[in-house]
Ligand binder design. Sequence first.
Ligand code: FEO
Ligand code: CA
Ligand code: CA
Length: 628
Amino acid sequence: MKDTDTRHLSWDEWDELKNPRPEGCEFDAVVERALSRRGFLRGVLAFGSGAAVMGAGTLMGTTSARAQAAASRLGFTPIQAFTDSTVHVPEGYEWSTLARWGDPLFSDAAPFDPETGVDLASSDKVFGENTDGMELFTVDGRQLIAVNHEYVNPDINLPQTGGDVTSAEDAQKLMNLQGVTVMEVAEGDGGWTIVVDSPYNRRIHHNTPMRLSGPAAGSDLLKTNADPTGTESLGTFNNCGAGKTPWGTYLTCEENFNGYFGSTDPEASLPEDYDRYGIGLESRYAYEQYDARFDVSQTPNEPYRAGYVVEIDPADPQSTPVKRTALGRFKHENAACAIAPDGRVVVYMGDDERGEFLYKFVSSGVYAAGGGTSTLLDEGTLYAAVFNDDGTGTWAALTEESTGMTTPEIHVFTRMAASKVGATTMDRPEWVAVNPVSVEGYCALTNNSKRGVAPNAGGDETPVGGPNPREANEYGQIVRWYPADDNHASESFEWDLYVMAGNPTVHDDAYAGSENVNAGNLFNSPDGMMFDTKGLLWIQTDGDDSNEGDFAGMGNNQMLVGDPATGVIERFMTGPKGSEVTGITWSSDLRTLFAGIQHPDAPFPDGDGVLARSSIVAIKRSDGGLVG
Ligand code: FEO
Ligand code: CA
Ligand code: CA
């Protein structure tokens, strides 16, 4: 890194700085926006008969008696907002730290040094940085957590160089500390810990061999000099959210993969399609200086081999992760699986970028317990969501007929394919969650400063309306859909908004938020989401934690719990200053909830470190009761 001013930026801020999206909009678009907005308000009235009815203006800002009465189903006393440097949980709950950046997975790793962090020789034997999506698996009576390490902060991983990548060794260290950890965990007298040297422990990083499968595998687009077959790649990148298949494998999702590729030739001309994905001449970690794989002037197809959902078998440490091209190539946030009544597998996925789309994959084959699963995520149909302002919607299939593209092109240039079928541009689709007790899906639309202001990177308009009802949306909302015929494989659905985040203490219009937002549960930028077994929705935030202005009263990023049956949402946990709360799973007995704390400010988590350590915390009830 040569540009010291960008080191403090989050990945998203960095991406926006380096790959700015188009500015400006035309008068016609402004008019259309206004019309769409009225359409949305009519829509609210027309389909507002379900729970958690959306309101606007004076309808907002109150918690109904019904909602208060129902709060007890949540099982905890909501907590206030906090702005300090630790974690807070409700009375009757306690938390401890399970795993921190740099904690050894193997006994031959050097202990973490609070001054210098992790050394190169140990960097692929320790818990990586910036924990994100995770899932727990029970294998042979052991509990395994598979967890993502989305990116690294160069300044705290390379303190000797002040954060600059100055050598192949520096790059190697950063490559080793990202990707995925699989680790056995156990609860002893001292609480939850990593089982060091468990035969299941594994680090998967930027050089781990992977297999490419599905419709794009073997196509010319995926071939490189190092892999003339187009079926073998190295590494998984920017692993954000996650998912779990019904057959017990882990799905890790490659999000902002674009930022890993750069050019040693500053004059290199780049393929036109790079723009849509934000791939440019400059990378974040300068890998291209030391490895031709990341140098687009030498290996222009390499970026086509990233941006996928990758399936990992946590029960087999020798297994080769598989990049499933059938699920499309975009900035994958997470992957939420459901089973259709006929046994087909449905995977919902968001593409987290301003004005990009919501997708689902429906397998051709059916899942049967104990049956073969190796190609279930290779053959099927990929769809993009079209939301109508009247509360209905359809899933538009991405086929050669509907897009005019070849099958490999659809699965490599998926954003362009979805644009061709008129998919709805969304306010940054983050996690998708599927309710286990009711046939419905949810997607966190985290925020979108460009809603109604600028088109997406493909030139698709981003009109205000439908599930994206607010211009320059700074708070975010959660959209919910009800598949037709209670079948996740259906091609149509009805939708509403489960919540619009906002601030009724500052605004009295749509920016006050929906009816189920009040002074006691203020939050912005919903991001991580997971249902528990009771059908309660756990919501994690990654937003503005300034606690000022439009964000006054919201405090640090946090985790809330919502009851979709009533619309009630209450605050369960707050993270330390500077952090994003992301990643959630439960112990096999549901008596411990694990939550991820990403990029906290020092001195989290131990109160004495000079290097802040991204961590997984374990939350239990003091009485040992269930937490999910
Ligand atoms: Fe890695 Fe969109 O969050
Ligand atoms: Ca996220
Ligand atoms: Ca986010």
